[in-house]
Design a protein around this ligand. Sequence first.
Ligand code: ATP
Length: 252
Amino acid sequence: MEIVLQNIGKQFKNGTRALDHVTFTIPQGEFVSVIGPSGAGKTTLFRILNGMETPGDGAVLFDGSDISSMSGTARKNVKRSIGTIYQDFCLVENSTCLANVLTACLPDMGFFPAVFGVYGKERRAEALKFLDRVGLSEKSEEPVKNLSGGQKQRAAIARALMRHPKVLLADEPAASLDPVTGRQILTLLKEIQKKDGVTILMNSHNLEFSQELSDRIIGLKDGNVVFDGTPSEMNEEILRNIYISLEDSHLS
Ligand SMILES: Nc1ncnc2c1ncn2[C@@H]1O[C@H](COP(=O)(O)OP(=O)(O)OP(=O)(O)O)[C@@H](O)[C@H]1O
């Protein structure tokens, strides 16, 4: 699924302008890191892409269709094909790994099966397959609260895969993890991109990982795209421009 952002602007009610004229295209299957200092607009951009925020200006096109003019069903299908994983995992701590992965099926289930958690054999088998894929087959019946941070992020990835996403938005996926575990999680995302052709859009403060794993890096600063290129096109001067503000440069 090709994603096109055309002149996206977002101003919050308190007057903060989080995004301004953001324009870029992401073809299916690319691994893109969005980098930039705190407050640059990265999370706002991700929230617009997964439908949690609406842009004030501009248009978001999925495979050429503007999301705002799609029918309810078409919009639902687009939303279904975009999975998100978060820094703080967003799992139900007292439920098992398997139960957490199965919650991905709830939107497609009828009222009573959903309320009583009657997922059926096929869904359970598929959830176990994804837990195995992320290296958690031994932990399927373990409550999430007993897992390490890295294992929790693996469970969250399995839950996202359960919806067969075309795009995975990874909002600071390694920020709560130690560097070794963080690298393992990002390597798993890279493998999902390579093997399944899933587009990965990652928001990260870890430049080393972003440069190593990404096909492309988009640099945001004050809501504007100030860099869009390959990791090899990135250099010290560009990084300084992205991360150091005019006020900071006067201090040094
Ligand atoms: N709901 C909101 N209401 C008002 N302002 C907001 C809201 N959400 C974000 N902002 C503001 O929009 C700007 C961009 O925020 P955003 O969270 O997108 O930045 P970010 O690049 O993800 O930062 P970080 O790396 O710290 O997570 C910031 O100035 C922030 O304070």
